[in-house]
Write a protein that binds this ligand. Sequence first.
Ligand code: NIG
Ligand code: FE
Length: 424
Amino acid sequence: MPKNSPTPYLLLANIGQLLTLRGQGAPRRGLDLQEIGLIENAAVLCGGGKVLAAGSQRELLRDPWVRMNRKKVKELDCQGRVVIPGLIDCHTHPVFAEPRLVDFEKRISGAGYEEIAAAGGGIRSSVAVVRQSSRGELSKKVLMALNAMLEQGTSVVEAKSGYGLTLEDEIKSLEAIRDAARQWPGEVVPTLLAAHVVPQEYAGKADEYVKKVCDEMIPLVAKKKLAKYVDVFCDRGAFTQEQSEKVLATARKHGLGTRAHVCQFTSAKLKPLLEHQPASFDHMDCVQPEDISLLARGETVAVLLPGANYFLGYKEYPDARRLIEAGVPVALATDYNPGTSPTPSMPFVISLACTHMKMTPAEAIGAATINAACALRLQERKGSLEAGKDADMAVFDVKDYREIAYWFAWDRCAEMVVQGELWV
Ligand code: NIG
Ligand code: FE
């Protein structure tokens, strides 16, 4: 429930540090990723769910309209805290029913993620439980995750299906996302990930499964408007380059956007995949040098998911420095899922990006806001605090924005404003 009854105007006053992330409507690259648009002693005025003004408090309070209408405006005293755009989690897999504790313990005693998957664990074990679950049960789980995300500063979430792997169960998963999204104040971007792995019943018949994805699942999902994007897991143990291209080409033919899990375990050839104009390439642990320069010239965002490296106990992380310095637009996301990254926390991911990928706190926040908005092609409305954009903000109970990355695994998000309304 909102904390207040809807008010047409809301003023966030006494902001110690406001990170506006204002600037171009394009993804931040290279040195630009450091530009967070910091304003001290700031205020933000919201109206009709949008930002009306964001800037120095002294100037904003001098505005004739504000002076005349002060009584109509509800005020939130930020007490010198830090305000940033609502965080954008641009890669999650929230439609699952149970944690994967057996896999977790197997990995602790030395088994690898791919080894467990090959033995029938991994993604396939989550599939069995999702198939047995009802749409209502799944949507409760999705909503629980969305609420945990909101509490930690996230106001936009990309949510994938991918643990159903039949026409009915993928539709059920996307409907569960839609049902949960309707009960959540933030924005949810649904993605069909029917090409997550080859399901058990198609073992040895991957091409047949891809045909089913292309001939039945994508067309029906597009017709029912249940997804905005189609994703594919293009890697060893999942789908080949050729199969992945088929999936992405079909998505485009049906008017859906594309994105892909690539280069998590093995490097894919990105050039042919780029033909399908993906909004993002996600994971990017082992990308080839020639592909880095290719990405630097394009609009596809590299979404890095250090939560997965952390949870799988890897020593290596995606080479964020190399990507940023080459001019590739980089975003961050949780990859919330039961196998490799069961965390809803973007602040934790921001912290990991700093400690393990050597991104600065400013870069990590840019990657989790404006660049994440670009990864979902929502940059016209989301990801920065500028007049006309959606009034989505996270108030952190810290004095300096760098503390968001510093206090790891400590939820310092104190208030959320979503489309101009205050939430817990
Ligand atoms: O992004 N790589 C593929 N998919 C997920 C893992 C899913 C799972 O293990 O359940 C990921 O890490
Ligand atoms: Fe993923």
